[in-house]
Design a binder for this molecule. Sequence first.
Ligand code: ATR
Length: 268
Amino acid sequence: TDQYCVIGNPIAHSKSPEIHPVFAAQTGQDIAYGRCLAPLDGFTETVRQLVAQGYRGANVTVPFKIEAVAVATRLTGRARAAGAVNTLSFEDGEIVGDNTDGPGLVADIVRNAGVALAGQRILLLGAGGAARGVMLPFIEQQPASILVANRTRATADSLVANFAGHGVPLAACGFDEIEGSFDIVVNATSSSLGGTMPPVPASAFAEGSLALDMMYGSAPSPFMDFARAQGAVTRDGLGMLVEQAAEAFMVWRGVRPDTSAVFKQLRT
Ligand code: ATR
């Protein structure tokens, strides 16, 4: 049995230990997957202990995704682009850092919501770690354009500058400068945690647009309620969560599980 876990602080709320065993049963993989609470000042030490205990890999969640970049001895291109690591593989003395959050969001939009990103006008709300992680995966889908809007305009400017030169038109603005309408609006701010939403104008949602909040909870977020009132189709972050887990499982085991059963199970 190969051992894996999710490392975070706090960790009790993590749904990953509910997801990976289902994937394992489905694909016939002999793995165990647990929770690992790391002290806030003890992430690196915790990873070293897991390696010494023969673990094969780990997921990384709040607040350690940035620190996990430094603990890795090798990074994948997508982890480097994201500036954060959510998946570690322990192999042949190496600690490989990867990031499946952005690919998970793209998979959820394309496969589960059935919305192609190619040729679409994307509005990305927020310019922190979550927004940064989806930039390259979005760009790879060849959308028509990406506008990054953030409360702090300067952070949006530097995020866009970081990803220029890939052939997709990018722009940055503050929330009060959002102009035009968009096919896909993604809320990558943490505002839903505080029960608020970014002040995005109603006109930003094109008829039949997709509005996705990266957060998930028992009830729709204020952003989702507002978007639905403008005629948008809404989605929360549960699909992204399940898809990033499936991508991590693929990285570790070389087989991509079917996510629909787990998604339904978590939703109920
Ligand atoms: P994460 O890893 O979740 O992205 P982060 O890197 O701290 O966390 O980024 C948080 C993002 O949410 C930022 O874009 C932040 O805007 P600022 O750059 O202006 O701080 C945004 N954010 C947080 N609270 C918000 C709120 N109440 N309204 C709008 N944006 C908010």
